[in-house]
Design a protein around this ligand. Structure first.
Ligand SMILES: NC(=O)c1ccc[n+]([C@@H]2O[C@H](COP(=O)([O-])OP(=O)(O)OC[C@H]3O[C@@H](n4cnc5c(N)ncnc54)[C@H](OP(=O)(O)O)[C@@H]3O)[C@@H](O)[C@H]2O)c1
Length: 261
């Protein structure tokens, strides 16, 4: 029996755009994409030094990298970044949304409305801007879009509304995108990230929002009884973005140690 021809995981031309490339999860994704042969365009918002560290890891994996400041709230700026990346690398085959602001954990009754509005602006509208900017390029390349969300959209964790609410809207955007754009060959999926010891974790420990009691309870609530890492999250993201997942669209994969079961 002849074996079916194996597609490369990612096209050889064009690039992967990683929004949140200066962050903990975005960095792990950018590096794994580079290790699998992708050139990468990544952004920062307030951390040019962190973006440069990611860029040097991408170069270390033998790939080219383009870095720019992008504020996701600024629709034209997002579009310019994605268009520039496409022009520079000759197309965009992969768009990853792995950004989001710091989110103080409070009960809904104690969250100021301004904090709720701000997180929706950065996170949900930010993701919406990226989708609109990336879509023409993804149609041209029959590419994929993958967004980070949270398992709290399945199993709510108290005080986590600033994560759960924008990510629930993002999951719906992803499903809509999958349903509407599949006929153009574009796929869209999401990855729900449980508590990991990278990225936002450090600021949440420093602020006291992640105290020992919270971390012990989180571990206990997970089937695998341990916190995860950004690298483990990136494995799921890169799989969904790659041609190995070419018949998977509109799905949310929980990479959460079994929290949302
Ligand atoms: N870590 C976790 O345990 C966990 C769990 C579930 C979900 N998540 C979600 O996963 C996403 C990434 O988290 P992370 O842990 O990697 O956090 P992180 O290390 O703080 O990274 C956040 C990234 O978002 C960027 N960013 C923030 N606001 C932006 C804006 N307005 N425009 C453009 N970029 C912006 C940051 O840029 P600068 O650093 O340059 O400012 C950074 O690259 C977030 O949405 C987070 O809520 C994380």
């Amino acid at each position: 029996m002849t074996q079916p021809e194996r597609l490369p995981d990612f096209p050889t031309g064009g690039c992967a755009v990683v929004i949140g490339g200066s962050g903990g999860i975005g960095r792990a994704i950018a590096v794994q994409l580079a290790e699998r042969g992708c050139d990468v365009a990544l952004n920062y918002f307030s951390g040019p030094g962190r973006a440069e560290e990611t860029a040097s890891l991408v170069r270390g994996a033998g790939r080219e990298v383009h870095v720019a400041k992008v504020d996701l709230r600024d629709e034209p700026m997002v579009k310019e970044f994605v268009d520039d990346a496409s022009e520079h690398f000759g197309g965009v085959h992969t768009a990853i949304y792995a950004a989001g602001p710091y989110i103080p954990m409070r009960f809904i009754g104690q969250q100021p409305a301004a904090a709720f509005r701000e997180v929706m602006e950065h996170d949900t509208f930010g993701c919406f801007h990226l989708i609109q900017a990336a879509l023409p390029h993804l149609r041209a390349s029959k590419g994929s879009f993958t967004a980070i969300v949270t398992p709290a959209i399945r199993r709510y964790a108290v005080r986590d509304i600033l994560s759960a609410a924008p990510k629930a809207a993002i999951e719906q955007l992803v499903k809509g995108l999958a349903a509407e754009e599949g006929r153009f060959g574009v796929r869209a999926n999401a990855v729900g990230v449980g508590v990991i010891t990278d990225g936002l974790y450090h600021a949440l420990v420093e602020s006291g929002d992640f105290d020992q009691r919270f971390l012990d309870a989180s571990r206990q609530a997970m089937a695998l009884k341990r916190l995860g890492t950004a690298d483990e999250v990136a494995e799921g993201v890169v799989f969904l973005a790659s041609s190995r997942a070419r018949w998977i669209t509109g799905q949310t994969l929980m990479v959460d140690g079994g929290y949302a079961l």
